[in-house]
Design a protein around this ligand. Structure first.
Ligand code: PHE
Length: 358
């Protein structure tokens, strides 16, 4: 209570003696010029015209009984002018600050305009399938290797038990280069390179591009992808091969895969197989996709001892299995691509349908 009285009293003295109407006007105009945002303008209003504002108090606390009639009239006039001025300037400043704020936002944000989206790009379907396979095989302890596209006749054929006069060479129409080398016709070309480099025991896959001199149609391309797998260890048998393939297919198709082996001939495996997958669409009953209920999927077999010998492996200790997954084929199945020529078409309408990450 005392405090209030003293403060009130001091205010009276201060306002009368320290703050003249002119000084308050000057101070008010300076404060208002510095106020930019609507909140700041409001603070100025409170400071001067609020219930305890300087102008309000100046009017309230002036003891008019002490003033002569002339002084009363002058002071009252000045005070009213100041009040009028302050009210007007505050209103102007408030609307300027407000429109200044919306003007800042306005031009940048027109919600009626269509957005400018940024495309993340997408991964090629072959890349997607390859990345998925690499993840699966790495989880089973396989190395992921890359071999050259331009290969020697030795690694592509001879070291795989396909000598120059072997009819199996006719199965793979080859692009020969003028220097006697060739474009690798299958990823099996990397088998003996891998054996030479890493020896036994060994678990590796080598995805890669293959080239064949084919007439192109919806299911034939000159350039396609395979993913070779090679396992060499003690006591490797067909059982290991089947178990690995079943694990792989289960991961790819997210369900238990039923497989069967048929004899298949490839000079670099003995015995050699065609591994078929029971059709996932009809469950093996037969449908328009599979025909008889089975889909021919993975050529494979136990590595021929001659191939192991070419790779410097002791065949009295080690045996192995190999498989050659058709990566392009798998991508066609997985994404329902009807025409193999789409993959290398460079057609953005095709490529952009795939996700940007696995
Ligand atoms: N390289 C063979 C081909 O392209 C496939 C294959 C790989 C077969 C490994 C057996 C073992 O036809």
């Amino acid at each position: 209570m005392y405090y209030y009285k003293i403060r009130h009293y001091l205010m009276k003295i201060l306002l009368r003696e320290v703050f003249s109407v002119d000084e308050i006007r000057k101070q008010f105009l300076a404060d208002l010029a510095a106020a930019k945002s609507p909140q700041e303008v409001e603070e100025v209003r409170i400071k001067y015209l609020g219930r305890k504002g300087l102008i309000t108090l100046l009017a309230k606390n002036t003891d008019f009984s002490q003033l002569s009639p002339d002084q009363k009239r002058d002071f009252g006039k000045q005070l009213n002018e100041l009040k009028g001025l302050a009210t007007e300037k505050l209103a102007e400043a408030a609307s300027a600050a407000k429109s200044g704020q919306t003007a800042k936002k306005g031009p940048d944000l027109d919600l009626t305009l269509p957005g400018t989206g940024h495309s993340l790009g997408s991964l090629h379907p072959i890349t997607l399938v390859q990345m998925e396979l690499e993840d699966i095989f790495e989880g089973m302890g396989f190395m992921v290797l890359v071999g050259p596209d331009v290969e020697t006749e030795h690694y592509n054929f001879d070291a795989l038990n396909i000598p120059g006069d072997h009819p199996a060479r006719d199965m793979q129409d080859t692009f020969w280069l003028t220097n006697g080398m060739l474009m690798k016709t299958h990823t099996s070309a990397n088998q003996v390179r891998t054996l030479e480099k890493f020896g036994a025991p060994l678990r590796a896959i080598f995805p890669g591009r293959c080239f064949r001199y084919e007439a192109m149609d919806p299911s034939h391309e000159t350039t396609f992808y395979q993913c070779e797998g090679l396992v060499v260890d003690r006591d490797i048998s067909v059982a290991n091969l089947i178990a690995t393939m079943k694990a792989l297919l289960g991961e790819i198709f997210h369900r238990d895969a039923t497989v069967r082996l048929r004899p298949g001939f490839f000079p670099f495996v003995e015995p050699g197989f065609e591994l078929d997958l029971q059709c996932l669409l009809c469950g093996g009953k037969g449908c328009s996709t599979c025909g008889d209920g089975w889909i021919e999927l993975i050529p494979c077999g136990l590595v021929h001892p001659r191939v192991l010998e070419f790779g410097g492996i002791d065949t009295s200790k080690y045996s192995g299995f190999a498989f050659g997954l058709g990566l392009t084929r798998l991508a066609m199945m997985k994404y329902g691509v009807q025409d193999i020529r789409r993959f290398n078409s460079g057609d953005i309408r095709f490529c952009s349908q795939f996700p940007a990450a696995v």
